[in-house]
Design a protein around this ligand. Structure first.
Ligand code: FE2
Length: 286
């Protein structure tokens, strides 16, 4: 990996289109304002960032996450640490509304797209890992959008999506908690642009979660799902994607506004996979 800088932390670029790795940081120690800003800006530039070798309690992880912005409460508060509604104990042994082990994030998505103000960054901190598998993949949807033919970009630019917790025609039925929320009455859709502009860099990127898109304005729900899945085939390509192989102590941060992510559901489910999880507040998509 190419070293970009070494002061005081070491910054290495992971690939041309996505990802940066930080070593030499210890979030148990105070972080000065210039370093805090540099970390924030590196996430924006590179879409995804890995910070290695941390040793944090849930409280220390909460403090580290706050360096990246104001924290948001979790979507399913039952998994949060007591007294820390924004810090989730993201465990493969968590039990979902159907009484089974949770199956979350196993399809490409962006976090919290059903909200009026979805999260800006997501942060995960690895505490316990299975012996193999369970990579977390992030794709740069800014670069993927830029690489599309101009004709198609023009067609996509004005499109609007109607977002709920779990779209009735979604092909992702695995999040039993969202299935339960929809069964209990769902929600009034929040309208979002399919192509959104990032407040921090002014750049456009494709932005959607097929599981939350009830419909694209002007299309029926079935055709909307076909359209989004076809778009994902055109954009979620190896050159725009970083598959992170976890080590205990890694913090992984990504910009939800210009990316999609998913976990590889290929690990032994009898082994414990535990992360702490946080999200920072984002602007209304525009
Ligand atoms: Fe997610």
């Amino acid at each position: 990996m190419q070293v970009l800088e070494k002061n005081p932390m070491t910054v290495r670029k992971i690939s041309e289109n996505i990802g940066v790795e930080i070593t030499g940081m210890d979030f148990r120690k105070p972080v000065d304002a210039a370093t805090q800003k540099r970390l924030h800006d590196l996430v924006i530039e590179n879409v995804a960032m890995v910070i290695r070798d941390q040793h944090l309690t849930p409280e220390q992880f909460q403090d580290a996450a706050k360096l990246f912005g104001e924290l948001m409460d979790q979507d399913h508060p039952k998994y949060s640490f007591p007294g820390m509604p924004s810090i989730k104990r993201h465990s493969s042994f968590n039990v979902a509304a159907n009484g089974e082990q949770v199956k979350e994030g196993i399809h490409w998505h962006t976090d919290g797209a059903f909200r009026l103000n979805p999260p800006k960054f997501t942060l995960l901190y690895a505490v316990e890992l299975p012996s193999s598998g369970g990579n977390t993949n992030v794709v740069n949807m800014r670069a993927a959008y830029r690489a599309l033919p101009e004709e198609l970009r023009k067609k996509l630019d004005p499109m609007q999506t109607a977002n709920v917790r779990l779209a009735p025609k979604s092909r992702d039925r695995y999040n039993a908690n969202n299935v339960a929320i929809m069964a209990a009455g769902g929600q009034v859709p929040n309208m979002h642009p399919l192509v959104r502009t990032n407040n921090d860099n002014g750049e456009k990127g494709l932005w959607f979660n097929p599981a939350t898109v009830d419909y694209i304005v002007g299309m029926d729900p079935e055709s909307s799902q076909d359209f989004l899945h076809d778009l994902m085939e055109k954009t979620i390509l190896p050159q725009f994607t970083y598959a992170h192989k976890w080590k205990v102590g890694d913090i992984y941060v990504w910009d939800n506004r210009q990316s999609m992510h998913k976990v590889d559901f290929d690990y032994d489910r009898s082994q414990h996979r535990l992360h702490y999880h946080a999200m920072t507040r984002g602007e209304r998509p525009h």
